[in-house]
Every structure is written in C-alpha cells, then in structure tokens.
Design a protein around this ligand. Sequence first.
Ligand code: SAM
Ligand code: FES
Length: 357
Amino acid sequence: MAGKDIAYFYELIDRLAKDHDLTDEEFKDLIITEDPEVYALLASKADEARQKIYGKNVYLRGLIEFTDYCKNNCRYCGIRCGNKNAERYRLSEEDILSCCDMGYELGFRTFVLQGGEDPFFNDDRLVSIVSSIKKAHPDCAITLSVGEREKDSYQKLYDAGADRYLLRHETADKAHYELLHPAEMSFEHRMQCLKDLKEIGYQVGCGMMLGSPGQKPEHLVKDLRFLQSFKPHMVGIGPFIPHHDTEYADCPAGTVEMTLKLLSIIRLLLPDVLLPATTALGTIDPFGREKGLKAGANVIMPNLSPTNVRGKYLLYDNKICTGDEAAECIRCMTRRVESVGYQVVQSRGDHVSFQRS
Ligand code: SAM
Ligand code: FES
C-alpha cells in the first residue's frame, strides 16, 4: 500500500458513500489498512448514511435461543454435535411462548427464534410454534434462524407466519467454507437456501464472522461482492471467538477494529440494510455494541431466553449476558443505546422495502 496516503482513503470513502461500489483492489486497501483516521472517517460516513434512512432509531430483537442440539459439526462452533461437553437443552412450545409474552410486555415487537439444526424441531413442531406466536402477538415479526432446510420447509414456515430468516453465509469463498466446515456440509446448499428464502418472500439476513480461521482479505472482498449481488435485507456480522472445546481453541479471535470497519463498509455498500451490533462484538469489547452503533449498526438483539438455559447456548467462550434477566437486559441495552445518542424504538423494525405505508 506504499504511497496510499490519507487523501487516497478520503476519496475512496467518499466514492463508496456516493456510488456504493469500489474496485476489488480498493476494497482490499480499506480492509487491510490499520490507520485509525480511516476507521474514524468510515464510521462517520456510515453513521451519516444510516441516519439519512433510519434516523437515530435502534430496533430491538428479542433473541430466544430455543435449542442447542445440532446435527452439524461446524468446526468453529461450541454447540457442534461433536462437542460431547456441551450441555444440551430444548425449550418447549410453552416456554417459548412465555418468553414472547414477557418480551411483548417489555416492548419487543420482533422475536428471533435461533437454534442449532435440531431434527426434533421438524416442520410440524416449528409451524405450530410460529403460528401460536403469531396468534398471540399478531403485531410482531418473527425471525427464524434454524439453519439449512429444504425450500418446501421454508415455505411452510413462511405460510405459518414467519417474516424473516437469518442464515449467515459464513464466507463467500467455497474453499474457505470447506475449511471451516466438515465434508457433509455444502457451500452450494447454503447458498441455495439463501436464494430459496429470498424467492419465498422472507426478509433475509446473511453474514460472516470476522477473523475466522484461514480468512484472508480476498475472502472479505468476495463477501462484499456477494452482499452486493444478493442484496440481503439484514447482515449479521461479528468477530470469530474461539471455543475451548473446538479444534480452533487456540486460534486468535477476530478484532473489534475489523468488525467495526466491516460494519461501516457494509452500511455504505447497502445503505438501507438492517445491521445488528452483535453479542459477539460486545463479548470482545465491553463497549463493542455501542461502538458498533456508531459505526453504522442499527439493530440490537438482547437475549430473552430463560436464565436457566442462557449459559448453555455457548457458541464461543466468555459470552456476555448469560446471567441477566430479560427485564434487566432491556434496561441495560436502552441505557447503552442512549449513551451514544440513539434511541430504542418500539416497532417491528422492518427493512424499508417491507414497511407498510
Ligand atoms: N444453526 C443456525 C445456523 O447455522 O444458521 C443458527 C445458529 S448458529 C450457532 C448462528 C451463528 O453463530 C453462525 O452462523 C456463526 O456465524 C455464529 N458462530 C458460531 N460459532 C461462533 C464462534 N466461535 N464465534 C463467533 N460466532 C460464531
Ligand atoms: Fe450447528 Fe453451530 S454447529 S449451530
């Protein structure tokens, strides 16, 4: 990057904000620079872009981690089926509904049901859960994040009332995907799932970990190109954090700087995207989520799972908020959001293209 001074980056960032595009080489320059002035400029442009569309609003999603059984064995994940030390649990439909009832009282208007790929939750069981939540809270949005399924299954869940689906693509580079996942998992199938979800009509979220083992700047450039062509409604990104019972236990975690930088680039690439400041970001830095909001994020996902299971859904080590009651979580998050000049709003917080006039 010899000769690439701050004026070069000012011009790049201005152009990214205006055209929502750069060349691969230019994206790579942004990804590899460690100049704090560049980070600051990216964050302020990204904040400007989010305020133009979403003002100072921050949307809350109540996260219900309803099962940590998983048939997959993703190499980085603490609840992979090969981890015999993980304490497994499942919430009943009744448990899930009472989390939603409590969340509703606390002001949540979106519930995110996340879990491992647990065959117990077949279509019939999930359809029943989704329809019961919709019946009890018709003014709320339901987001599912339960991994890869077939298109007819996604369709049934959509017909039952699910509005949104989060399925991180993890990496847009096939060889990198194959490094992070065992041979039974397929890059093509994951991509097919994302396509199916979009075709059905879900608001779709994809995303990747930053600093995952083997990740190179070129992979991140491919991720950005994928985001540009797929045009997701939501992008969930967060740092990779090692889990002690995985083969990546000794790998370094992704950094706060890289995560913030990518949040800003993604905001400038897709100005109207819904972009969470994730729990993983709050885990590697006590003010990570606040910094995320200032770098372009506009969504926070406080945990609504019952406290007796919080400490079991451990994707990575040292996860935060495993002991707090939901009511305390929302008070804490509201304070944190306000501390950086934004406001929590009580609304479904749909993507602009899905907002009813
Ligand atoms: N089973 C669903 C799926 O595959 O989409 C949802 C649950 S999965 C645990 C949710 C996300 O957690 C994954 O997409 C992955 O990006 C993230 N994750 C897993 N292990 C992680 C780790 N060690 N550090 C950071 N994020 C991790
Ligand atoms: Fe299935 Fe992580 S391996 S949720």
